[in-house]
Design a protein around this ligand. Structure first.
Ligand SMILES: C[S@@+](CC[C@H](N)C(=O)[O-])C[C@H]1O[C@@H](n2cnc3c(N)ncnc32)[C@H](O)[C@@H]1O
Length: 243
């Protein structure tokens, strides 16, 4: 959140660059990214590097997370993501689910939450460019409210969430993880992945998963190090061992 003038100008600049990214992607021939999600992820990252667009989940960490998810059995089908931003990681999760279950799988889904309406609109266009809008659904508003709504509507059932990816503001990491616990969305073998636990850090979240949880939901947690050349390099991967 902007705390002083420099932060405000950074946020404004970031908003401009997000729109430039949208234009850059949608102005390319339709067949450039349709069905080629990894090409799109690469293009976003290259653009982000050139234009200094921060915050995207970069390919080094995507690769580390993918390798980890390959060890999970049965293979994940439902991903819930807190923090869509421009849709980089949402596209990557959908691509990974397609690799696990086939491009035509009907029962794979990524629910992603973004409270900034303008950046959510950018993400929707980017996800559409990859032809993944039948798999990825973007919800605008606080992630906690979107998640509760999905459960209230019966679109997410107890025990249905295979992967939770937490990549929004760090103060929400633990409350939103606890909400997933309370809504009983995990099953034994589900996974919680969290970005930026090393920098800027989410100490209360990290303490919770690393001590194995507090309630009936138990975790076995590892800090996965990636070869990221940009900023933080850890993804915290926590397997759910009891619910
Ligand atoms: C680090 S970025 C996410 C990057 C994204 N995963 C990607 O790979 O492009 C964090 C995003 O979370 C959003 N956000 C922060 N708090 C949120 C909340 N409580 N609910 C939903 N979105 C939130 C911010 O607006 C921002 O766009």
């Amino acid at each position: 959140m902007p705390g002083h003038t420099d932060d405000v100008s950074l946020v404004t600049r970031s908003a401009e660059v997000q729109q430039q990214l949208r234009e850059h992607i949608v102005s390319q021939p339709a067949d450039k990214f349709a069905g080629k999600p990894w090409q799109l992820v690469q293009e976003i990252e290259q653009f982000a590097n050139e234009k200094r667009l921060p915050m995207i989940f970069r390919s080094a960490k995507i690769s580390t997370s993918k390798t980890f998810l390959e060890t999970v059995e049965p293979k994940p089908k439902t991903v819930v993501e807190f923090g869509t931003f421009v849709g980089t990681s949402a596209v990557a999760w959908a691509a990974i689910l397609q690799e696990f279950h086939g491009a035509d799988a009907k029962d794979i889904k990524v629910y992603t939450f973004e409270f900034d309406e303008k950046v959510a609109a950018v993400a929707k266009d980017i996800i559409k460019a990859a032809g993944l809008d039948h798999i990825v659904e973007v919800f605008v508003g606080p992630g906690s409210e979107s998640l509760k709504k999905l459960v209230a509507e019966g679109r997410l059932q107890p025990g249905q969430v295979d992967v939770v990816f937490i990549d929004h503001w760090e103060k929400f990491y633990l409350p939103d993880l606890k909400l997933v616990e309370e809504l009983k969305l995990f099953h034994v073998g589900s996974v919680a992945l969290a970005d930026n636990t090393d920098m800027p850090g989410a100490p209360d979240y990290l303490a919770h998963v690393q001590k194995g949880g507090e309630g009936p939901v138990k975790y076995e947690s590892r800090s996965l190090k990636s070869q990221s050349s940009h900023g933080p390099s850890i993804v915290e991967a926590s397997r759910i061992t009891a619910v």
